[in-house]
Structures are given as C-alpha cells and as structure tokens.
Design a protein around this ligand. Structure first.
Ligand code: ADP
Ligand code: ZN
Length: 599
C-alpha cells in the first residue's frame, strides 16, 4: 500500500473540515460512522434515507484525502446539481458528461491532482478509455451513487452498473463507497456482492424522516383541499396526479384558485417544456408543480415543503419514495395523501389483468397500502414497520397522532351494506345501494322492485351517515370491489363478514379539524413577514439570479433564519452561522452583514 499517505485523516480532522467547508457543527445520524470507515480506507455500503446527507460522506473525504474522489452517478441533472453545490462550498469539482464542453480542462485538472471530485456516468465509467484516464491520475475513493441500480432486485436496475466491478477491481487499493436510499435486505446483499464490499461494510440508517408530517385523508374536494394546503404552505410543493389529463387540469385549477405559479409535468409534454418547467421549479421558492410519478427522479431540491398525492400511490414503497422528496433540508415538511374508494377499486380491478404468479404479491401490496390509509393509529409507525423497523406507537407528527380519529364498530352495518349489494344483483353503485338501505324509493328503485327487498329501509339515522365511509373502507380493504360498470361486487372478506365471522371497524375522521398541537401555526419555522428575514431572502434571490443558481445553493432557509435571529455583526460572528463555510463567507459574508445592518 505504498501509494497511500502514511497518516490518514481522522474524525477530529473531519469535524474541523465540516465546519470550515460546509459550516456545519456536527454530523447527522450515521454520517460519522460512514466517514470513519471511508477515512480509514474501508469499503462501505451506506443505506441512508433521502435528506440524511449522503453526499457529504464522500464530498468531505474528497477534500481531505490525497487524490480525487470519482463519483459514479446515473443522471446528468443530478451530477450538475451536485457540482453546483460542491463548487459553492469551494470544493474543486467537475463532471465528464456528454453535455459538458470543458473536457480538456477537466482532464488536465484531474491528471494534475487539482480535482477533489470527478462525476461520471456509469456507461462512461465502464469504458476502457476511462480506466486509462484513471491510471494517469490519482484516485482517492470511488463513490457509487444510487447503488441499488446495480441489483436486479432493486427497483431501478441498470445494466451499466454491472460493468463497474471491473473498473473497481482494477484499483484494488482504492476504497469504495456505495450509497443508496432504498434497498431491502435482498438488494443490500446483492449490492455488497456486486461491488465487492465486505459484509461488515454495511452501514444502515433508519427509514424515518422525522421532519415530514404525514396526513392521509379522504378526497372530497381535491381542488379545495389542495388550495387549503397551499395557503398554509407558501414554499415549493409537488402534487402527484395519476394521469396526464388530471395533471393538466389540476395545474390549471390550482393556478387559478391560488394565484400562485403552478406548472404541469408529464411525459406527454414536449421535452423542452418539461425541462423548462422542471428548471423553473428547482429555482423557485414558491412554485408548485403538478406531475405524474415520472417527476422527481434526479431532482435534488432540498426546500420542497410539501408533497401531495391527489390519488393513492401505487404502493407503500412508492409513497415513501415520493413523499421523501419533501424536506431534505431538515425543515418541517408535509406529506398529504388524498384518497378515494375509487382509487382502490380501479387498482383491484386491474389485479385480474395481472399475470397469475404476480397476483398474490400485488394483492399484498394493495392490502398494505389500504392498511396505511385505514389505520386509526400512527402513520409513521405503519410505514416504519412495513420496512422492518420497530418504531414507537406514536410519533406526534402525523394526522392520527395529532388529531386522533374515532374508531367505530360497523360490523352490523357492513352486513347490511353487503346484503344490499348481494340482493340487488351486485350491479349497482353506492348511490343506489344507499337509497335502498335508507328507504329512499326513487323511480329507479321502484322500477327494479328494490323497494320490495328485505334490505329496503333497514338503515336509519346516524347509521346512514356512516354508510359512505364504510363503503370506502370496504373498498379499500377489498371486501367490495367495483366492476367495469361501477357496480359493487362482493369479494375478499365479504363472505366472512356476512357470516358474522369477521368484525369491521371503521375510522371516522375527527368532525372538524382542530388546530394541531404545534400551536396551530403553519408548519414553516421561518419568521415569514419579519422585515430582516424577508430582506435576507431578497438578497439571496438577487445573488442567486446573478450566479444563475437556485437560491438554496447560496444559503438554506435555516442559515437565513439564524442570521435574522442572531444578527451577526462581524465576519467572524457570521462564520458561526450554520451553513456558512469559508467559501460562502468570503463570497457572500459582506453582503449579508450589510443587509443585517440596514434592517
Ligand atoms: P441525500 O443525498 O442523502 O438525500 P443530501 O446529501 O442532499 O442528502 O443532503 C441533504 C441536505 O442536508 C443538504 O442540503 C445538506 O446541506 C444537509 N446536510 C448534510 N449533512 C449535514 C450536517 N451534518 N448538518 C447539517 N446539514 C447537513
Ligand atoms: Zn404518528
């Protein structure tokens, strides 16, 4: 190991660099554990949720180790985001991609040892020419981002990742750091094997995203519900809608209702429109993008304040990944799901088209999602248990913890509803069944003779009001499924419920939304309206526009908050603000000091 420096940097040195370069005072979660391994030259697989600070675990060593850290990353957009943020902190970084025109300079800088970080795509990394380039320079570390792409078990397999092993093995003395946010046990062991990382190199952080508040509620009027959410959340947000048409419509309605900038994003838009809308969103401090799930991969925007689902996501995994795009900066953020019985009905209908061997798994997937939607308990607990963790019963930061719903036994009523569906021939929707049960003999009911049935008029008073939430719950859990013509058919547990072998409980949302425990304030910790804070934001906007970067690249909100409350009056005081490292102090310190003085 003659090529290694005789003394490797250690954790105390890393802490000093953390302060100097990034302006942060302490490591988060498992960052320290990962860094200790990387600095010791040990290969590592770090599984850390979105927002946990994965990039710091190679950017920081890159500045400390002799030589360059080569980062393999699957998306050009992500690489350029990273490049921007790294450079803003004074880290010498470059990318080698098809859209870069500074190849010559990059290669020269790399060969002469001036680069801390070099980003490349996997397809380039596996070419022989690239190996020769690495031979002519000094490589300190290989970082493989989105490492689940190497595994066929992962949700995003990329054959190019399979070719990386040859490259890594050609440099056996260079440690490897694989990073991913999502990998189940199977995928994890596959990544370790595929990238040649020892089993004890696995560092696993929990899945919890404590700053995200989960709310799951029935969709009764999505435009109003989303307008209310936007009124509470002035920051950037993503709304996921299921189809292109719904994306377009919702974007238009929300823009009209809120007066805010709301743009659509889906695969049917022209590539340049898509690119522009995405760029506008990334740069914005208050824009909302309405999108299909195609949106989000490769977006690294840290200040997304809410993610809303206008219809149920495909699975708990999808939900976790999509909501995970909120609040990467650690500030409070919201995840709001609006669901309807129809979402489950459609999804369950589609099960019949799924190939036989996959059907059971798909069923389980929907049942798990229905469990999350229908739980009267802590949402976070359901999520974390789904990922194999053992969380506390209550988190204090989800709708059910903040505002516990009522749970009612509805077994008898469920039997009545299922009987009505059965006796009317399983070909009518909820509206008709409800009329039959409550004794509302309109023309259609009479024509069919449904006013003669034993179930006619057997539900009254308070129970009538529970029929709709009950029908939703039965559709969510699959005891009722709607057929192609909208008729409700018995399925799943319906028989057991009718026979009295299974109880049905339904969750009734609290009658009126009380203000939440956190003082009923909007979720943002920003002192919105404070003249100094607003002035600092204005300055940040100007500097960002001048530099052609999104405002968060200059400073995160947390840094502006600290400036507004501490009012540093000198550069040395300013250097104590979280997020103000050496480079940013030099670049922006004076301007922000001046703004503080003047306000
Ligand atoms: P990930 O890639 O894991 O989603 P990032 O690397 O993008 O996360 O980091 C998320 C955010 O957290 C970034 O804005 C980064 O500046 C911030 N961050 C990372 N490490 C720390 C730390 N130790 N203290 C404070 N903020 C941090
Ligand atoms: Zn909770």
């Amino acid at each position: 190991m003659a090529s290694l420096p005789s003394t490797r940097p250690d954790l105390p040195a890393a802490r000093a660099e953390l302060r100097r370069i990034f302006g942060f005072d302490s490591f988060r979660g498992v960052q320290e554990q990962v860094l200790a391994r990387v600095l010791a030259g040990e290969s590592t697989l770090a599984v850390m949720p979105t927002g946990a600070g994965k990039s710091l675990t190679y950017q920081l060593p890159a500045t400390m180790l002799e030589g360059t850290c080569v980062v393999i990353s699957p998306l050009i957009a992500l690489m350029h985001d990273q490049l921007r943020s790294a450079r803003a902190n004074g880290i010498a970084a470059a990318t080698l991609t098809s859209v870069d025109d500074d190849w010559r300079e990059t290669i020269d800088a790399f060969r002469s040892g001036q680069l801390d970080l070099l980003y490349v795509a996997p397809e380039r990394a596996s070419q022989p020419g690239f190996r020769e380039l690495l031979d002519s320079a000094r490589v300190a570390l290989f970082a493989v981002d989105e490492a689940h792409c190497v595994s066929e078990w992962g949700h995003d397999f990329r054959p190019d990742y399979r070719q990386l092993r040859g490259l890594l093995d050609a440099f056996p003395q260079v440690p490897r750091l694989a990073l991913t946010a999502t990998a189940d046990a199977h995928t994890r062991s596959d990544i370790l094997a595929q990238l040649g990382i020892p089993d004890d190199g696995l560092v696993l952080a929990g899945f919890d995203r404590p700053n995200i508040r989960y709310t799951i509620t029935h969709r009764d009027n999505p435009v109003t519900q989303l307008t209310d959410l936007m009124a509470k959340e002035p920051g950037p947000g993503i709304v996921y809608a299921p189809t292109r048409a719904k994306v377009e419509k919702l974007a238009e309605q929300l823009a009209q209702r809120t007066g805010r900038r709301v743009l659509p994003y889906h695969a049917g838009l022209a590539p340049e429109v898509r690119r522009d809308n995405q760029a506008a969103f990334v740069a914005s401090e208050d824009m909302v993008i309405v999108a299909t799930v195609a949106f989000g991969m490769g977006i690294d925007k840290p200040d997304v304040r809410f993610v809303a689902h206008a219809a149920t996501p495909k699975s708990i995994e999808g939900y976790y990944q999509e909501t995970g795009r909120a609040g990467r900066d650690g500030d409070p953020a919201q995840a709001v799901m609006l669901w309807g019985a129809g979402d489950f009905a459609t999804a369950r209908q589609r099960l019949s088209e799924v190939e036989e061997h996959r059907r059971k798994g798909e069923h389980a997937r929907l049942d798990a999602l229905a469990g999350l939607v229908e739980t009267p308990g802590c949402r976070r607990a359901v999520l974390l248990r789904h990922f194999g963790e053992d969380p506390p019963e209550s988190c204090g930061n989800c709708d059910n913890c903040c505002n516990p719903p009522a749970v009612t036994d509805a077994t008898e009523l469920a039997r009545k509803l299922l009987s009505a569906a059965y006796r009317t021939g399983q070909s009518f929707g909820f509206g008709h069944l409800s009329k039959v049960l409550t004794g509302d003999a309109d023309e259609r009911v009479r024509q069919r003779g449904h006013d003669e049935l034993s179930v006619f008029g057997i539900v009254d008073g308070e129970d009538a009001a529970m029929l709709r939430p009950l029908s939703r719950a039965l559709q969510a859990t699959g005891a009722l499924v709607s057929n192609a013509h909208g008729g409700l058919e018995l399925a799943g547990d319906a028989r057991a419920i009718l026979k009295g072998e299974q109880a049905v409980e339904i969750v009734l949302p609290p009658p009126r939304q009380r203000r939440t425990r956190r003082g009923g304030r909007d979720a943002t910790p920003n002192p919105v309206g404070d003249p100094l804070f607003e002035a600092l934001r204005g300055l940040r906007r100007d500097l960002a526009a001048e530099a052609g970067v999104p405002p968060y690249v200059i400073f995160h909100d947390a840094a502006l908050r600290a400036m507004a409350s501490q009012r540093p009056a000198s550069l040395s005081k300013m250097s104590g603000i979280p997020g103000v490292g050496e480079k940013k102090l030099a670049a922006y310190g004076d301007a922000f000091l001046k703004a503080i003085q003047q306000n």
